[in-house]
Every structure is written in C-alpha cells, then in structure tokens.
Design a protein around this ligand. Structure first.
Ligand code: ADP
Ligand code: MG
Length: 242
C-alpha cells in the first residue's frame, strides 16, 4: 500500500485554480522531491496532504484513509504525516526538549516520561544533545530546523513533508540540515521534500516531480528529470536554477 496517494487532485482559492489534476503516489521508504517555480502550488500541495487545506476535486489518501475536511479524521492524518516548515514554527516559550515532547504528550496522549526519554534521544540524533534546554531564540536557524525535524520524528509519523526546509537559512547552515535529512532518508523514512537544493534532489531523491502552474508537468528519476528533462517548461526552469 502507498503511504500517500493523490488522484486527480484539484484545489482552488476562490476562482483561482492552483492545483490542477495532480496524481502521484509515495511508496514506503521513498524520497520524493518536488521542484518548481515560486507560486507553482508546492506548499499548497503539501498542506492539502496533511489536511491544513481543503481541496475541491479528486482524492488524497494517506495510509489507506481519505483525507477530507472532517476534523477528527484530520487530527488522525496529522499524527501520521508530520510537516517541517521553511520557518521552523517552534513554540518560542518552550525549550527544544519541550518543543519535541509537546505533540506526543498533548496530541497523542502518550506517557510523559516515555515521551521525554524518546525526545532526548531524538535531539541527540539530530546533533542537539547539548542544546535540549535552550529556547529557540538561543539557537541558530540550522539548530532550530533540526529541533523541528526531531519534533516531526517524535510523532512517529508514516511520512514527513518538508516545505523548503533550508530556504530560510544562512548558506553556511544549510549543510547541517540537509545532512540530517539525508540520514533520515538512509534510514528508510518516507519523505516528500519541496526544495530548491538540486544537489540534494539529485543525490537523495528516488523520484523528482516538477510542478508548474499547479500542473505536474514531469516526474521521474533524478537522472531523468534533472539530467534529461523532456518538457520545455522543465528545461526552462532548470536552466534558470542550475
Ligand atoms: P509555492 O509553494 O510553489 O511557491 P504556493 O502553494 O504557496 O506556491 O501558492 C500557489 C498559488 O496559490 C499562488 O498563486 C498563491 O498566490 C496562491 N495562494 C497560496 N495560498 C493562498 C491563500 N491562502 N489564499 C489565496 N491564494 C493563495
Ligand atoms: Mg512554497
């Protein structure tokens, strides 16, 4: 069974259609990178997958369950698919450790002691064993994003969605975040990554999707899409970013 499946998904804001008939699936352990120009619908697509946005047509299925607007089910989807945002979105008045522990304790109602033990392990795994009691403002952007990744992992998700996780970082901090993501991929985490990091997509992605104007223009292996793009729009985009 696919972890995530989209069938002919359409999404509009008012009369403006921003996702047009998009279909693809993500298999267990797969890393799918989504590339495309600004405004092409990449963030909206991720937000539809984890129920942060409603959609008007087609169907999104996560782990066999249809993502629709009913609240109790959406809560279920969010505990299965975690999201890492461009701007970290950590709770500013909670320490790194508390940020990681919050979801499992309050959303999943897991026992506090177990959650804290696991959260400490996760922070150590992203290289922040020494920063557990720091507040977000005391951490660099790269460290904050690694806390956000530990927080996503803390929910024991079936998949993690990353929305341009390195675009808000100073260039020298990008590598530490990409290297954590690369190790998650190596460990078999199912990931959908919206990114402008073509090197990461080329090395880590199993599949690359090119989205333009809400249309899934081209998809294939990194070699196919980044190396030998067939569509003129993909070729044009890559000429501009590479
Ligand atoms: P990307 O992430 O690829 O840059 P987005 O998904 O953010 O693209 O946006 C896709 C399109 O949807 C854009 O035209 C954007 O202006 C529009 N859009 C995004 N969010 C909203 C919103 N909440 N209300 C109205 N239009 C939106
Ligand atoms: Mg975006």
């Amino acid at each position: 069974m696919s972890v995530i499946e989209l069938k002919h998904v359409r999404k509009s804001f008012g009369t403006h259609e921003v996702i047009s008939d998009v279909s693809f699936s993500v298999e267990p352990g797969e890393v799918v990178c989504i590339i495309g120009p600004s405004g092409s619908g990449k963030s909206t697509l991720l937000r539809c997958i984890n129920g942060l946005e409603t959609y008007q047509g087609g169907e999104i299925i996560v782990h066999g369950e249809s993502v629709d607007a009913t609240k109790s089910r959406i809560r279920g989807i969010r505990t299965r698919v975690s999201m890492v945002f461009q701007r970290f979105n950590l709770f500013p008045h909670r320490t790194a450790l508390e940020n990681v522990a919050e979801g499992p304790i309050y959303v999943k109602k897991e026992p506090r002691a177990e959650v804290y033990a696991r959260s400490r392990e996760l922070l150590a795994r992203v290289g922040l064993g020494a920063k557990m009691d720091a507040y977000p403002a005391q951490l660099s952007g790269g460290q904050q994003q690694r806390v956000a990744i530990a927080r996503a992992l803390g929910m024991n998700p079936d998949a993690i969605l990353f929305d341009e996780p390195t675009s808000a970082l100073d260039p020298e901090l990008v590598g530490e975040v990409l290297s954590v993501m690369r190790s998650l991929a190596d460990e078999g985490m199912t990931m959908v990554v919206v990114t402008h990091e073509m090197g990461f997509a080329r090395e880590v992605a199993d599949r690359v999707l090119f989205l333009d104007g809400g249309v899934l223009v081209e998809q294939g292996s990194p070699d196919e899409v980044l190396g030998r793009p067939q569509n003129a729009r993909t070729q044009d985009f890559l000429r501009r970013v590479l």
